[in-house]
Design a protein around this ligand. Structure first.
Ligand code: HEM
Length: 734
């Protein structure tokens, strides 16, 4: 490819075709730039794509498709597997939930929140070029893989969109695997608060308060909570699809770094807390370091918020999920950044293991008042009445009744014969599909869609015994009735799907998962930690004093500082009785941000602060003991001039660069360079290649002339213009 098209043009094609770009060959300025890139690229300098947004979910075991390449198991219903047909999916996994009164519901909600920070598997759009509408067909036609429903039901099938396949072919993996269908992770894999800041520059700019020049995030311009605290901004595409209260003003879906933010009220409340925490810290840092540019305030705050996400997840959350023993076995103490570790999310983690959380969803959302009793004004709600309903936050007392509910009510227990609540198997609403969905069936079908190997293969991968008999399964499940039911359904142990297999295993002591999911989650957490160059404990990321302050942070502190709640349990993942197990917010340790105070060095005093520029900003860094200012432009602008200026003696060498708009002016040089490239290529190509190249460059040229920005979040059938298809055609030609 690179012989025919420059990197710049490849990137443009990628942007237009929505086929994510491959990374540049080198990571420029990573020695100088102290912060993670928003896309996660270049975290690993040798393998810049590792862990980046829009790269393939990695395989810990090769995919298993019915045709070897892309058709999921069950695509041809008549096909036998180990001598038996695969069972239809809507068979098991319903029921009421019991509670586990060691933990609060917040433990479940943090699981969902953090899963959105590290994984998002994009799905194909309704028709995706095949001409078949997945909402209408019950046939298996790409990209539709509908879930067949029992004969007794009055519907034939539930719609299912296959996950988008990756465009990037990894030839290092051997030809057979290189040709297999792979799925994407649209988020960065790292625990980096991308749920707060987004995963590309465009979304990040939208979420920032750039005009405020204060390093803060943008807040909702229409509504504030009763005490004047801010809410998340609304999405831009209006009217949004979120449910509405029948009276009064519309409340649109919120926007955040992750577009699933409005799925549930606890999730939205957590996002809101982080937005407020960012702005609180940014304000304090500005006060402490008056000489920092808005960009530095923003990036330093983002770095702190990312570290806090890591601490809560690895220190407070993971041990409770996989149990102390598995934590020791699979994660262990931190020994420093290891560049040979690939931190990407594994397909089996996103598609099966971490969905264990779906078995812990509570069918009721509790809302509590100041005394942690049912709130008379805002009573408890059935879960389906809370999905995509942000109006309940704005018009029903803010985030406090929901937060008190999640810290003051017990988490649902996981038990083999009571897996998923009816609220999510019968009444789940997915925004773009108006039909009621079944989360259990979606999880299973997704596992097959992704070609996940079966339960037994994963047990072997984790060093556990393969299941051969009913006795083996009964031992693993700890309940012979459930084991028998599963074998009756699957007929052969090697046919058991990994999701239900892992879910029904007997829980390990002090954990909420069985041995298989504990292994898969533990391994994933370890690589997320060890393969992250910016991990909060890694050398040179924070000073010792800063680390000590970060360690004082807790979710209780987050709640205290950013809501009207004045009493909390010290560890809000543990369920305590109110008021005996609660303490006043004054007693919750808090970080002292003075540890981030940075004196202006002598060099900087001599050179003075670098010049501010329009539509961009700088951060200060250093190289060979010299202070440098590294400039970058905001989304939609291109940098003209030197990105790095050095403080030499008592002045800055070089003028600061300029940031020019890419939308209009930026396209002209690009278009000229395309014409130039075309002329060069035409002078020495075969006639046939010449024709292909001409059509290709012409298409890019035309597309450039009519360029229009489309947010990936709003990309759907109606915003997918014909010219994108032309670019696909062009890629095929090449
Ligand atoms: C009310 C609570 C929740 C709802 C309504 C919900 C709903 C969903 C839905 C609709 C999907 C997409 C299913 C598909 O089409 O494949 C999904 C994916 C997922 N969920 Fe949940 N979920 C909830 C809670 C949780 C919890 C508590 C966890 C983990 C502890 C979790 C982990 C995941 C993961 C890892 C994915 C895959 C994400 C991806 O890669 O796209 N969810 N969830």
């Amino acid at each position: 490819q690179e012989k025919l098209l420059s990197w710049k043009h490849l990137k443009l094609i990628a942007e237009l075709s929505k086929c994510p770009p491959t990374s540049p060959a080198t990571c420029r300025y990573t020695q100088l730039y102290k912060y993670r890139l928003i896309s996660g690229f270049c975290n690993n300098r040798q393998n810049p794509r590792w862990g980046a947004a829009n790269t393939a979910l990695v395989r810990w075991l090769p995919a298993e498709y019915e045709d070897g390449e892309s058709e999921p198991k069950g695509w041809n219903p008549e096909r036998l597997h180990n001598g038996f047909q695969l069972p239809p999916l809507r068979h098991y996994i319903h029921n009421l939930k019991t509670v586990d009164d060691s933990y609060s519901q917040l433990l479940v909600d943090w699981g969902q929140y953090i899963s959105h920070d590290i994984t998002l598997t994009p799905q194909s759009t309704s028709t995706d070029g095949s001409g078949v509408d997945c909402l209408k067909t019950c046939e298996n036609v790409h990209p539709c893989f509908p879930i067949q429903v029992n004969r007794e039901s009055n519907i034939c099938c539930m719609p299912f969109f296959r996950s988008t396949s990756d465009c990037f072919v990894n030839f290092q993996s051997g030809i057979r695997q290189a040709l297999q269908r792979q799925q994407l992770n649209a988020m960065t894999s790292f625990i980096d608060a991308s749920a707060v800041y987004g995963r590309d520059l465009k979304l990040e700019s939208f979420l920032r308060d750039l005009p405020g020049r204060n390093g803060k995030l943008a807040v909702n311009a229409r509504f504030k909570d009763p005490k004047g605290r801010p809410y998340l901004p609304f999405v831009t595409k209006l009217p949004s699809a979120c449910h509405q209260d029948l009276q009064g003003e519309r409340v649109e879906c919120f926007s955040a770094g992750d577009n699933r933010v409005s799925e549930g009220l606890p999730l939205t409340s957590l996002h809101t807390l982080w937005l407020r925490e960012h702005n609180r810290i940014a304000e304090a840092l500005k006060h402490i370091n008056g000489h920092w540019s808005p960009e530095m305030i923003y990036q330093e705050t983002r770095k702190i918020i990312g570290a806090l996400h890591q601490i809560i997840t690895l220190r407070d959350y993971a041990p409770k999920i996989i149990g102390p023993e598995s934590f020791k076995d699979y994660i262990g103490p931190y020994r420093g950044y290891d560049p040979s570790v690939d931190p990407s999310i594994a397909n089996v983690f996103a598609t099966a293991a971490f969905r264990f959380g779906h078995a812990t969803i509570s069918p009721i959302l509790y809302r509590l008042n100041e005394s942690f009793q049912e709130d008379e004004r805002f009573p408890h709600l059935r879960l389906h009445n809370t999905l995509f309903s942000p109006w309940r936050i704005v018009k029903e007392g803010g985030i406090e009744p929901v937060l008190r509910g999640v810290i003051g009510s017990a988490a649902s227990a996981v038990s083999a014969d009571m897996l998923l609540a009816d609220e999510v198997t019968e009444r789940l609403v997915v925004l773009d599909t108006l039909k009621q969905m079944d989360l259990a069936a979606l999880n299973l079908q997704r596992g097959r869609d992704h070609g996940l190997p079966g339960y037994n293969d994963w047990r072997e991968f984790c060093g556990l015994q393969r299941i051969k008999t009913l006795d083996d399964l009964s031992l693993a499940v700890g309940d012979c009735r459930v084991a028998k039911r599963i074998l009756d359904i699957y007929k052969h142990p090697d046919n058991i799907d990994v999701y239900p297999g892992g879910l029904v295993e007997r829980l390990l002591p002090g954990s909420r998962t069985g041995p298989l999911f504990a292994c898969l989650i533990g391994r994933q957490m370890k690589v997320l930690r060890d393969g992250d160059r910016f991990w909060w404990e890694a050398d040179g990321v924070f000073t010792q004093q800063q680390k000590e302050e970060l360690l004082k942070f807790s979710l209780s502190h987050l709640i205290c500082d950013n809501s009207d709640i004045g009493e909390v349990p010290p560890d809000p993942f543990r369920l305590g009785n109110y008021p005996s197990h609660y303490v006043s917010c004054d007693q919750i340790p808090s970080m002292n941000l003075v540890a981030w105070k940075e004196e202006m060095g002598e060099d900087l005093k001599r050179c003075g602060l670098p010049k501010q520029i329009n539509n961009g900003d700088y951060i200060l860094s250093s190289t060979s003991r010299k202070v440098v200012a590294l400039y970058s432009c905001y989304h939609g602008f291109t940098l003209k001039g030197a990105a790095v200026i050095v403080c030499m003696g008592n002045r800055w060498r070089n003028q600061p660069p300029q940031c020019n708009s890419t939308l209009l002016m930026g396209n002209i040089p690009m278009a000229m360079s395309i014409i130039n490239r075309l002329a060069v290529s035409m002078s020495h190509c075969e006639p046939c290649t010449c024709v292909k190249l001409t059509s290709c460059y012409l298409l890019i040229f035309i597309r450039l002339c009519f360029r229009r920005t489309v947010s990936p979040l709003t990309l759907n059938k109606s915003t997918f213009p014909v010219s994108h298809l032309l670019v696909f055609f062009c890629i095929c030609l090449i």
